[in-house]
Ligand binder design. Structure first.
Ligand SMILES: Cc1cc2nc3c(=O)[nH]c(=O)nc-3n(C[C@H](O)[C@H](O)[C@H](O)COP(=O)(O)OP(=O)(O)OC[C@H]3O[C@@H](n4cnc5c(N)ncnc54)[C@H](O)[C@@H]3O)c2cc1C
Length: 376
């Protein structure tokens, strides 16, 4: 066997080229560090390119909101500096029951600068189509949108212009004293940031077990825009009000929870969050479902995709939806909270977003992780 080849020592080696790893690399290179990013795949194919591209700052609460605010600034800075496609579209929340509207009323009363309440008629005007049965809604104007499949490669390209070495096809097999080992190379490093999402259990099984990390699998479907609609903002519906702390922590959310459980129990049992975003080519990404396991079952029931499609046919008021693509995405999940941060030793930090808000918050979470690790 050939002895592993070695590279010059880097200040920081980042393992994983999803948004979490790239966010670490961006903050570190801006602070003047030499940075190498290693990813086992030939190009980005993880959760960071499979998502809605919804930077949903407003709906967050607690530490996630704090990270989301920093991340929002980060995305806008990246748009200005690097020309990344970051759009200030806001989020349209469609309320189709009085209980859902009550959550929006309570939220807007508490955070008046962040939500503009809408009548049913103005929901149609903002959204690009009139969702039947709408009783009202809200526009969250501060939220952003990116196109995930294109923005992540664009961020990689930008980091390279800043001097970050981003190397694909480098499967990290061990983090050791003084560096990182791949199958056939050794990357010496002062510090290492391990940002491998749900695969943290492969490299640091004890840390993953301590945080009870599981995999969350989501189903995603891309359709032709119904009637050619142009849907500028990201769209949330009533089920979204139960997923994000900013809404789910309102007093009024309990009634939405009870209403969904009695009127649409499949949404509850499949942990469905009916939301959509439109891609630059006009197609609309609809989703999603949530299925949690440490080892994901490989067999998937077509009925669950049918549940999504049926509900979007109702939302868009069309008889048929033309499906163009389907995919599954997986992210790390933990009952202990939305972030996993660990320092197995002085030189290594392990950082994962353990909730489905990495695009919204990773640029803030990474800065905090590097600060706590003494790098920034
Ligand atoms: C379907 C879906 C929709 C979502 N929608 C949104 C949304 O709209 N807004 C939002 O804020 N969040 C959303 N999320 C969540 C968000 O996408 C994730 O939180 C985020 O992408 C996680 O980033 P990551 O860098 O940890 O993971 P990933 O993007 O999966 O990156 C991890 C990388 O580590 C690499 N890796 C793993 N092991 C090794 C190894 N041993 N050696 C080298 N490399 C390794 C992998 O190849 C991978 O590239 C969604 C997630 C999914 C799945």
């Amino acid at each position: 066997m050939n002895s592993p080849s070695s590279s010059p020592r880097a200040d920081l080696v980042v393992v994983g080229a999803g948004i979490v790893g790239l966010a670490h690399a961006w903050h570190a290179v801006r602070a003047g560090l030499s940075v190498v990013v290693l990813d086992r795949d030939d190009r980005p194919v993880g959760a960071s390119v499979r998502n809605f591209g919804h930077i949903c700052t407003t709906a967050q609460a607690g530490v996630a909101l704090a990270f989301a605010e920093v991340a929002r600034e980060g995305w806008l800075r990246l748009a200005a500096e690097a020309g990344l496609g970051v759009r200030e579209t806001g989020t349209l929340v469609i309320a189709r029951t009085d209980a859902e509207m009550a959550v929006l009323d309570e939220f807007a009363a508490a955070r008046p600068d962040e939500a503009e309440l809408l009548t049913a008629a103005s929901v149609g005007a903002r959204g690009g189509w009139s969702a039947p049965g709408t009783v009202g809604g809200a526009l969250l104007p501060r939220d952003l949108r990116v196109d995930a499949p294109t923005v992540i490669p664009a961020l990689v390209a930008y980091l390279r212009t800043l001097g970050v070495q981003v190397r694909f096809g480098e499967n990290v097999v061990a983090i050791e004293d003084g560096g990182v080992r791949t199958a056939d190379s050794w990357f010496p490093a002062e510090r290492v940031a391990v940002c491998v999402g749900h695969d943290v259990d492969r490299l640091f099984p004890e840390i993953a077990a301590g945080a009870e990390v599981r995999r969350c699998r989501l189903r995603m479907i891309e359709i032709d825009a119904p009637r050619g609609a142009v849907i500028d903002p990201a769209v949330f519906t009533g089920s979204s009000l139960l997923r994000y702390g900013g809404f789910s922590e309102t007093r009024a959310a309990a009634a939405v929870r009870a209403e969904l459980a009695s009127d649409d129990p499949d949404v509850v049992s499949q942990v469905i969050n009916l939301m959509c975003t439109q891609r630059p080519n006009g197609r609309v990404v609809i989703g999603d479902t949530h299925h949690y396991e440490r080892t994901l079952d490989p067999f998937e029931d077509e009925d669950v995709d049918d549940m999504l499609i049926t509900r979007f046919r109702r939302l868009f008021d069309v008889d048929e939806l033309r499906v163009r693509r389907r995919w599954r995405g997986v992210y790390a999940a933990s009952v202990h909270g939305p972030y996993l941060f660990a320092r197995p030793n002085d030189a290594v930090l392990v950082a994962s977003v353990t909730s489905g808000i990495g695009m919204t918050t990773a640029l803030g979470f990474a800065r905090d992780a590097l600060e706590r690790h003494g790098i920034l």
